[in-house]
Design a protein around this ligand. Structure first.
Ligand code: PLP
Length: 372
């Protein structure tokens, strides 16, 4: 890794708090000497996030994988869990770590999300839960998924790691399903360096989740269940409080980047991208393009390497599919024939540089390389 990355165009760049303001908050922490376990900044961040995200309850975690593990625990999920292969590995790993069996279902090529029309065929008497992902922040077909879940008595946990602040018809996408999980990793739209959260709809479940993320401890002498340590500390909570103040501005800058890309790539044959979905407040967490090698005259990997040669670091997100990794590739649902759309998308995608700090020069340099 080069130390100087000034002339590299990276796929992402973390939103950082103002250093002077951060120093002030650190002084507060040093003064009161309360560094974790439901500290002042932790509680302030929970309240501020509920308000910003328009949700009733949130529980902060130390990363975005623990909320997935904890949601499955809190809802006592067993047996088979239907999920998408087109995601970051943590989605399926969380099922495996809960000793459940992941069942992969194909995606809708229009959104990259689990296709509700294909879910029912994958349901067996052992199915208890659906774990979809709002991929790239594109909202899932939540009404289609909800209908199946209600009919078949299944729980729904949304991996909303990409969907911070996404709304559909003015309503937070995080209100859907039984729970939603967020990641505040440095690469995400809103970050606390490492961090995450679980979105919960009622007070009783909020208590249960808070308990599970603190070893199952309810008081000095009582442990009521096999909990884990998922608590967010004061330093990250303070960092998060400061970042929350600038996240809207960062999303606006991302929108500008997306508009430049969308306009400039419209006429390039063999390159396609998503357009904004009607009624959706997008967060522009990623900017995937899809390469049709025949029309474009170059394969996806050739374009990926060419961009790299010009110091532009895209990412083949998500490639390979989760179902192609050795842990999961032996599952019957992992077969290529079961997942044609997911394979096509994984083999054609490049996520272009997308963050709040990109200059127009960098955006057009990237566009020029794709066009030339
Ligand atoms: C980032 C991410 C996660 C995991 O979050 P961490 O904070 O890195 O643990 C889970 N699912 C998806 C879809 C992600 O993109």
């Amino acid at each position: 890794m080069p130390l100087e990355n000034n002339n590299l165009i990276t796929v992402t760049s973390p939103l950082l708090p103002d250093l002077d303001e951060f120093r002030e908050l650190l002084k507060d922490i040093w003064n009161c000497k309360w560094v974790t376990n439901n500290g002042r900044f932790h509680n302030l961040l929970e309240t501020a996030l509920c308000e910003y995200l328009k949700v009733p309850y949130i529980s902060l975690f130390t990363n975005g994988t623990l909320p997935l593990l904890t949601a499955l625990q809190a809802l006592r999920i067993t047996g088979e869990v239907i999920t998408t292969p087109f995601s970051f590995v943590a989605t399926t790993h969380s099922i495996w770590w809960n000793h459940c069996r992941p069942v992969f279902v194909d995606i809708d090529p229009k959104t990259g999300n689990l296709d509700p029309n294909k879910i029912e065929a994958a349901i067996t008497p052992s199915t208890t839960c659906i774990l979809p992902v709002h991929c790239y922040g594109n909202p899932c077909d939540t009404s289609g998924i909800n209908e199946i879940a209600e009919k078949c008595g299944l729980k729904v946990i949304y991996d909303a790691a990409h969907a911070f602040g996404v709304e559909k018809d003015g309503v937070s996408i995080l209100k859907q399903g039984d729970m939603s999980t967020l990641s505040f990793h440095a690469t995400k739209v809103f970050n606390t360096a490492e961090g995450g959260a679980l979105i919960i709809h009622d007070e009783e479940m909020k208590r249960r989740v808070d308990n599970l993320k603190n070893f199952g401890i309810t008081n000095e002498v009582t442990v009521v269940g096999p909990g884990i340590n998922g608590k967010m500390d004061e330093i990250r909570a303070a960092y998060g409080l400061l970042n929350l103040k600038q996240v809207d501005e960062a999303i606006n800058k991302r929108r500008q980047v997306a508009i430049h890309y969308q306009d400039a790539l419209k006429g390039v044959s063999g390159i396609s991208c998503f357009s904004d979905m009607p009624g959706v407040r997008h967060n522009y967490s990623y900017f995937p393009i899809f390469v049709n090698a025949e029309e474009y005259g170059m394969t996806r990997d050739e374009l990926y390497d060419k961009l790299k040669d010009h110091n532009i670091f895209g990412r083949r997100y998500f490639y390979p599919l989760i179902s192609s990794f050795s842990t999961y590739s032996g599952l019957p649902s992992a077969s290529r024939e079961n997942l044609p759309n997911a394979h096509r998308m994984a083999e054609s995608v490049i996520c272009l540089p997308m963050h709040h700090g990109l200059s127009e020069e960098e955006i057009y340099h990237t566009i020029d390389i794709i066009r030339s």
